[in-house]
Design a binder for this molecule. Structure first.
Ligand code: ATP
Ligand code: MG
Length: 411
């Protein structure tokens, strides 16, 4: 992905209420939100948020109701005026722009899609989509052309003359999206854009947004309070609580390394098997058996020292060739055979590092060995031990699981 910085937010504070200057001073002195509210009546909606959004990224902001998501988003196009901090869009500071400059930015660089669609009920679909362009004084022919093009993008072709109130919710949100896309903005701000839709339609819109994004490569800031939606859409996710950003990371990072109890609680109920990949639970560079270099005696010693019953077997080029089992090696030693070739098990289970747990689980039922991780060239990279998989699935303590497995291993 292109790493060009599209939106940079630094130490942003937004306070609602008449006495916000006093409230801000109190906040800077370390007073808590509740005390500030009591004394000044002001609400601290955004409390020192900093983050950077890269070009082409879908950046999701999520958090419970009232955590400040909309307030933060609306600072980006200056529908809200922060009391302190800076926001740069394409390197230009939004806070210090004149109204004229701001209009240009809103026209060319930023568009917003609202939760409740924000459509004009007495106008038809085409007129609604062209409405923003109309306000900008774009002449009729050009605005119709642009509107028709964005209708095509979101699958609304043929609905030009329908009245808004004749459309289903899903269709109305398509109109909202088409309107936001009509002037081909670089950045889309989407505030709970799909939350008012039926679950099935919602999933369909998510899929369509992703398909559209793979063509458009916009920068999208997407607000939701649905974690599944955040994980599905977000390249990165910011979790907000009480106006503060608690953690920013990929969904994988948020799920596997929550920074605090709040984030952990938040993510606990997600189906981890669809998000966690082999890469995050594998043991890098574990012990291996080297084909042609090590015989039964050396391998048995190695395995016993490390309490292992199986080793992956790699050739001189690091390619996974199979695995060898302790029991078989012991038999070889008893028969005084020095070559391990006869006991190599070639049929083993391997995945690439980006395989999700959901696809690793079925393999577990077919083997008692770890699942090996290889790259596209079948070069050996690591292993996913049974214990890691069980830990991920059951969220049980790893040590406890290891103990259970260790007890049941028949050395
Ligand atoms: N215009 C306003 N005037 C005063 N207070 C406001 C205003 N807008 C929001 N707030 C307050 O700021 C806080 C954050 O609200 P915000 O709407 O940003 O939350 P949110 O995370 O978007 O919630 P939701 O998920 O319900 O949309 C809340 O306490 C809210 O009451
Ligand atoms: Mg909101």
């Amino acid at each position: 992905m292109n790493e060009k910085k599209k939106i940079e937010v630094q130490k942003l504070y937004l306070i609602f209420g008449r006495e916000r200057n006093k409230a801000f001073k109190m906040l800077m002195k370390g007073k808590c939100k509740q005390d500030i509210k009591k004394e000044t009546g002001c609400t601290v909606a955004v409390n020192g948020a900093s983050f950077t959004i890269n070009e082409g990224e879908i950046f999701v902001i999520m958090g419970l109701s009232g955590s400040g998501k909309s307030s933060l988003l609306r600072c980006i196009n200056r529908l809200n005026q922060p009391i302190s901090g800076s926001i740069a869009v394409n390197g230009k500071n939004i806070a210090t722009m004149t109204d004229e400059e701001l209009r240009t930015v809103r026209r060319k660089e930023l568009s917003m899609v609202f939760q409740h669609f924000g459509l004009l009920p007495h106008r038809n679909v085409l007129e609604n989509i062209a409405f923003g362009l109309e306000l900008q004084g774009v002449e009729q022919k050009e605005r119709e052309q642009k509107a028709l093009k964005s209708m095509q993008l979101v699958g609304l072709t043929g609905y030009e003359n329908q009245m808004i109130n004749e459309l289903s919710g899903g269709m109305q949100q398509r109109v909202g999206l088409a309107r936001a896309l009509a002037n081909d903005p670089e950045i889309l701000l989407m505030d709970e854009a799909f939350s008012a839709l039926d679950p099935l339609i919602r999933v369909q819109m998510q899929d369509e947004l992703l398909a559209l994004q793979s063509k458009m490569k916009k920068t999208i800031v997407f607000i939701t309070h649905d974690l599944e939606e955040a994980i599905k859409l977000g390249d990165r996710i910011a979790i907000m609580r009480d106006g503060e950003i608690q953690q920013i990371g990929t969904s994988e990072e948020i799920l596997t390394e929550p920074v605090n109890g709040y984030v952990r609680n938040f993510v606990e109920n997600v189906d981890r098997s669809r998000i966690v990949t082999a890469a995050s639970i594998m043991v890098d560079k574990p012990l291996v058996a080297r084909l042609g270099k090590e015989g039964p005696e050396v391998l048995i010693r190695k395995m016993k020292e490390n309490k292992l019953t199986v080793l992956p077997l790699v050739d001189a080029n690091g390619i996974l060739q199979g695995e060898v089992h302790l029991k078989e090696l012991v038999k070889l030693r008893e028969a005084k055979i020095k070559d391990i070739v006869s006991v190599i098990k070639h049929e083993v289970y391997s995945v690439t590092a980006d395989t999700v747990l959901e696809d690793i689980l079925p393999l577990m039922t077919r083997t008692n060995s770890p699942i090996w991780v290889v790259n596209e060239e079948r070069e050996f990279e690591g292993m996913v031990p049974l214990s890691s998989i069980i830990t991920e699935v059951t969220s049980k303590d790893k040590k406890e699981i290891n103990d259970i497995i260790q007890q049941s291993i028949d050395l």
